[in-house]
Design a protein around this ligand. Structure first.
Ligand code: NAD
Ligand code: TYD
Length: 351
């Protein structure tokens, strides 16, 4: 094998698309997927590539320092693409501790293990940390986040991700660890756990359940199709400048309420319901505490330096996503079994 690459969180939403892309596009790379398989991790997301000769799975908790060191001893790794994280803002509000453990301590453990193995010779090595635009805080009605925007995280989730970004940069500056970071906007697409807005709304519309819209639905997010994020990660892993940060975004801002209305109209067509029937399910609920108003990314650095651009139109990407959820009802049923019912009741009861 030409290279061995550790991908953390490869059973999760974005990680599964990244693992699939690397296993299928790079047969001469060994891809090691390390995942704890939390509620958000599901090996069913990657059954199509699990028998690949260049693929290995390791069930580990990155918070466990020894497990991480053992992983680096077992494989002679050249690169790390670090996606494993607790990723849902609402969960970070009801239980921040896990976010600090996984997102901060877990990243620290990976940094220490990589530094320990690579410090004699950094040639050909790379620690690539996947982060979020939420570290930049919240925008007013205009302006975009650039790579130079000062950090201003405002939720326990974004604070833990910001902290991990700072650690990665500190290891690069202090110890010379070859590292690169990307900060991406909101992703959508197949395999996203239905606690996030788009799959939650698809599932509720399908089941004729209320679609909860926080506050007045005026918060704005910049949506990117998950495979476009995976293609950006591929480019940055291979061509990114060590020590640099790249913003990744869809140039696709939507108010939540407008997005939900678009989704309702797509669902009406797909489910053969009369136009306007799904919109009746929209229910305004109590706002998220500290709800960031607007995220929007300037990804011109990535676009200009590597020729990357997002592919599907939002309505096309949304249709593909709806089609996937409607075709994969068994996947939905399985991820929604277990503790999800309890989570849903707890999160939405008081709203
Ligand atoms: P996800 O919640 O769907 O998946 C996270 C994965 O990490 C799961 O497979 C889970 O089992 C694994 N994991 C969690 N804790 C772990 C631990 N202690 N040890 C090992 N594995 C563990 O998340 P996602 O939406 O795919 O996000 C992936 C990464 O991308 C995260 O770092 C997130 O911050 C970042 N990101 C996400 C978005 C988005 O819109 N979803 C946008 C920008 C950046
Ligand atoms: P989410 O998918 O949780 O992503 P993030 O908070 O990381 O941006 O939420 C996207 C937007 O949708 C955010 O403004 C919160 C809002 N939202 C709702 O209005 N209702 C919901 O049930 C959920 C989960 C989110």
């Amino acid at each position: 094998m030409k290279k061995s690459i550790l991908i953390t969180g490869g059973a999760g939403f974005i990680g599964s698309h990244v693992v699939r892309r690397f296993v299928s596009r790079y047969p001469d790379y060994l891809i090691v997927n390390a995942d704890k398989l939390t509620y958000a991790g599901n090996l069913e997301n990657i059954t199509d590539i699990e028998s690949g000769k260049n693929y290995r799975f390791e069930k580990i908790d990155i918070v466990n320092k020894q497990s991480v060191l053992d992983l680096f001893s077992k494989y002679s790794l050249d690169g790390v693409i670090h996606l494993a994280a607790e990723s849902h803002v609402d969960r970070s509000i009801t239980g921040p501790d896990e976010f600090v453990f996984t997102n901060i301590v877990g990243t620290l453990n990976l940094l220490n293990a990589a530094l320990n193995r690579w410090k004699e010779n950094f040639e050909g090595k790379l620690f690539y940390h996947i982060s979020t635009d939420e570290v930049y805080g919240s925008l007013g009605s205009d302006g975009l986040f650039t790579e130079d925007t000062a950090y201003d995280p405002r939720s326990p989730y974004s604070a833990s991700k910001a902290s991990s970004d700072h650690l990665v940069r500190a290891y690069h500056h202090t110890f010379g660890l070859p590292a690169v970071i990307s900060n991406c906007s909101n992703n959508y697409g197949p395999n996203q756990f239905p606690e996030k807005l788009i799959p939650l709304a698809i599932n509720n519309i399908k089941n004729n359940k209320p679609v909860p819209v926080y506050g007045k639905g005026e918060n704005i997010r910049d949506w990117l199709y998950v495979e476009d994020h995976a293609s950006a990660i591929d480019l940055i892993f291979h061509k990114g400048k060590i020590g640099d940060t790249y913003n990744i975004g869809g140039n696709n801002e939507w108010k939540n309420i407008d997005l939900i209305k678009l989704l309702c109209s797509i669902m009406d067509k797909k489910l053969g319901r009369p136009a306007g029937s799904s919109e009746k399910l929209i229910t305004y609920v109590k706002d998220r505490p500290g709800h960031d108003l607007r995220y929007a990314i300037d990804s011109s650095k990535l676009q200009n330096s590597m020729g990357w651009s997002p592919i599907p139109e939002f309505s096309t990407g949304l249709e593909k996503t709806v089609d996937w959820y409607l075709a994969n009802t068994k996947w939905l049923e399985r991820v929604l079994s277990g503790d999800y019912g309890k989570y849903y009741d707890l999160m939405y009861a008081g709203r």
